[in-house]
Design a protein around this ligand. Structure first.
Ligand code: AMP
Length: 430
């Protein structure tokens, strides 16, 4: 085939109709779990001031340093396509004085994010996340509840082989001591790490722990661990989190080098994975489905009053591919009946009938483009409907309609204005 003139931009993808049912199930489950835990939806603009991310996410993070899509407006403002949700929601919390509401304030959102990534399988430049944030509660119970929600969503989607990794990265009291120890360890190894990490030792040493390069991971395995540097408050908080998780029967792994790539995290950080292809030895490895943590300092950084906060982002594209591999979506709205019509008059009459069925909440499939009855019945068969209504020329003249039971082929004629009631009876009687 000749190369098409237009295709999706590099790293971006269409979500085709065949994937929409999966997407709907994911959103339905995520929203119902969130509603149960008292979360309310919020939507923020896709564009925000670039400075929001520079200040919050951090200038030396990959997201801001390399991946942000920025643009200058005609008015001269420097805006960015949102690369993550947390800064937007914190900005909105402050802008709308949500600190005056009873705390904690629990919010969720979902939608596209944009990161100029190196495209590869499962890594897009327009990705989609489901995101939740809790403001105004410093207890480790909230961190545990977030992990519990994440796992509940995945379990409700029938995903198995889920792994939760947790760590604490301390706070402004204790992290500087750890950073110092880490820098002095890494300084001796600066020629053994990748060029990015050589720079990171100076700009953001914790990011070295996050690097996926093989040689950097080797260096990491001997590095000092944050857990040995936690102050009493952070230690107690972490201990409390693990107790909550134990109590809730939520299995976890401790990963002493889990830092997550962003500047604003304090204390708890976590990541959730699913086995790439359970039971299939040919496809090993884990798929990162999302992560989150606590960020008690971000509100103050944005000029607000100090407010504890925690949240997570779940990668919808990744969850979708995991759900697709493991299970089939239940499509709630597969049509119950089919409406076949013969001739123009019948086509016209069927328009009104459709509306009557819609109001009665009975889903009806049709094939208005096909004229032959055989072709229409074949389509009805394929859709697996229980009954087909046939509106032919004779029926149009005497205001009736034929109801055909697909399994047996039995047919009966009823008055057109009684069609909906008749179908209701038939469906109910099944
Ligand atoms: P992050 O916001 O970077 O912590 O990512 C949270 C989750 O979003 C990851 O675990 C992935 O599931 C998903 N994710 C992050 N970046 C991408 C991307 N470029 N393409 C697809 N999914 C992504």
């Amino acid at each position: 085939m000749a190369k098409l003139k237009f295709q999706t931009p590099t790293g971006m993808h269409d979500i085709l109709p065949e994937d929409q049912a999966y997407l709907r199930s994911i959103m339905k489950v995520a929203e119902s779990v969130s509603a149960f835990y008292g979360f309310q939806r919020i939507d923020t603009p896709i564009l925000e001031n670039a400075e929001l991310y520079e200040k919050g996410t951090g200038v030396s993070t990959d997201i801001v340093e390399k991946q942000m899509y920025t643009l200058k407006t005609r008015g001269g403002d420097l805006l960015a396509l949102r690369p993550e949700f947390t800064p937007n929601i914190v900005r909105s919390f402050l802008q709308h004085g949500m600190y005056n509401l009873p705390q904690p304030v629990k919010l969720y959102t979902s939608g596209p994010l944009f990161r100029y990534e190196r495209p590869q399988e499962g890594r897009y430049r327009q990705l989609h996340q489901f995101d939740v944030e809790v403001f105004g509660d410093q207890s480790a119970a909230i961190d545990a509840q977030l992990i519990q929600m994440f796992v509940a969503i995945l379990k409700d989607l029938k995903l198995s082989h889920i792994i939760v990794e947790v760590n604490s990265i301390g706070d402004s009291q204790c992290r500087p001591y750890y950073k110092k120890a880490l820098i002095s360890y890494l300084k001796n190894k600066q020629y053994a790490v990748c060029t990015d990490c050589r720079r990171r030792i100076k700009t953001n040493p914790l990011r070295v722990l996050d690097c996926k390069e093989e040689k950097c991971q080797q260096i990491r395995s001997q590095a000092p661990q944050m857990i040995d540097y936690l102050c009493q408050e952070c230690k107690d908080h972490f201990k409390s989190l693990l107790e909550f998780l134990d109590e809730a029967d939520l299995p976890y792994h401790l990963d002493p080098y889990l830092v997550r790539g962003l500047d604003y995290y304090t204390k708890t950080v976590f990541e959730v994975f699913a086995e790439r292809s359970p039971g299939n030895p040919d496809e090993k490895g884990f798929l990162a489905l999302g992560g989150g943590g606590r960020y008690d300092g971000l509100m103050k950084l944005y000029g607000g009053r100090e407010t504890p906060a925690a949240g997570f982002g779940m990668g919808i594209d990744r969850v979708l591919s995991a759900v697709k591999r493991q299970s089939l979506p239940s499509e709630p709205s597969s049509p119950k009946i089919f409406l076949a019509q013969l001739g123009d008059q019948a086509k016209k009459k069927s328009m009104k009938l459709f509306e009557e069925f819609r109001k009665a909440n009975i889903s009806v499939a049709e094939s208005l483009g096909r004229d032959s009855l055989r072709a229409q019945l074949a389509r009805a068969d394929k859709l697996g409907v229980s009954h087909t209504l046939i509106l032919g020329q004779r029926e149009v003249l005497d205001n009736s309609i034929v109801i055909r039971t697909m399994g047996s082929g039995a047919q009966k004629t009823v008055k057109l204005n009684e069609a909906v009631e008749e179908v209701k009876k038939l469906i109910r009687g099944k």
